[in-house]
Design a protein around this ligand. Sequence first.
Ligand code: NAG
Ligand code: NAG
Ligand code: NAG
Ligand code: NAG
Length: 317
Amino acid sequence: MASRSCLYTFIDLLLLVQFLSIRSVKGNDLPPPHDQCRRVNLGTGAELIQFSLNLFYLETTLFLYASTGKGIDAVAPDLVQGPLPIGVRIANLDNITRIIIEEFGLQGVGIIRAILNTKLVDPIKMPLVNLSVEEMEHFVHLALNATVLTPPFNAYANKLNFLPTSASITSLIRQYYVGILPHLANNNDLQLATSILGTVSARFGVFRTLLYQIADVTMSPYPFNVATLVDGIAKLINRHGLCGVKRRLIVALELGAEKRSSINLIPGDVNSLAFSRTEVEILRIVYGTGNATLPAGLFPRGVNGKIAEAIARGRLG
Ligand SMILES: *[C@@H]1O[C@H](CO)[C@@H](O)[C@H](O)[C@H]1NC(C)=O
Ligand SMILES: *[C@@H]1O[C@H](CO)[C@@H](O)[C@H](O)[C@H]1NC(C)=O
Ligand SMILES: *[C@@H]1O[C@H](CO)[C@@H](O)[C@H](O)[C@H]1NC(C)=O
Ligand SMILES: *[C@@H]1O[C@H](CO)[C@@H](O)[C@H](O)[C@H]1NC(C)=O
């Protein structure tokens, strides 16, 4: 248990300033091992989009439960089948944050419905997801390299705890769509994915703004601030993705985009392009094992769909 971590996904957030990073974060991140990071052709365009349903189910479940105490079923009965999520709960959020998160959840239902309605993509069940306090806490321990936090960390306890973890899921989805777009040959797939990427990017921008506003706030009763947690999570995600630094931390804020602005509104790599992540990288992160064929963490029994099966068969971990 100590070696897996949980929520990696949750954490990615940050992108807050990424491009500079390459220089400054070195110490804690692995160099990109190219054979593990190459995009291999794992499926058709529809199957690439199908894979993302797993991530949207996870994200939408978290956002709806955290903001309203109810899941996808309450908003859209019969849209999604599958086991009940483990441990997700209502978060203690201020009204504005709660309304924003609820809106993101409703938007998520809309995206899931849009994907399923195209009929291009075969529906998949929602996999078992583990969004328990303990799972998230485990992850935060790893991110902070701390064996114990007193009192135990509760991601649902308040906005400061909730935002870094939840924004990271949105960030991962965004990186996934950036990665698949160039590989969609069919026009319908491309249109659908482009419109989804637009929505997810807008959502990500809102998270970034919210995080900037609280970056310096101490996460009382703990001695660290939000930026420190974000920084730890980003490093953890990069370690588990195994493909180098893909998000930047608040600590680098002062460097700024293109060295011109202290706020980098559009995350990008050194050439100001958006980062991408492959299916295999995403699974290494959300499983928390650094191994795409070894499910655990947020998806204790793995994700569903054609690509997931191909990864399991091909042992591309
Ligand atoms: C937050 O929303 C609740 C329920 O809608 C309301 O009762 C409460 O007054 C609101 N709080 C603030 C500070 O607006
Ligand atoms: C959910 O995560 C917690 C913390 O890692 C773990 O103790 C629990 O067994 C997990 N539940 C399942 C069904 O995997
Ligand atoms: C975590 O803490 C241990 C012991 O304090 C230290 O040896 C190790 O280098 C730290 N790892 C990271 C990634 O900071
Ligand atoms: C990943 O996990 C699988 C078991 O599902 C194992 O066979 C494989 O050796 C692991 N890969 C690495 C690199 O540890």
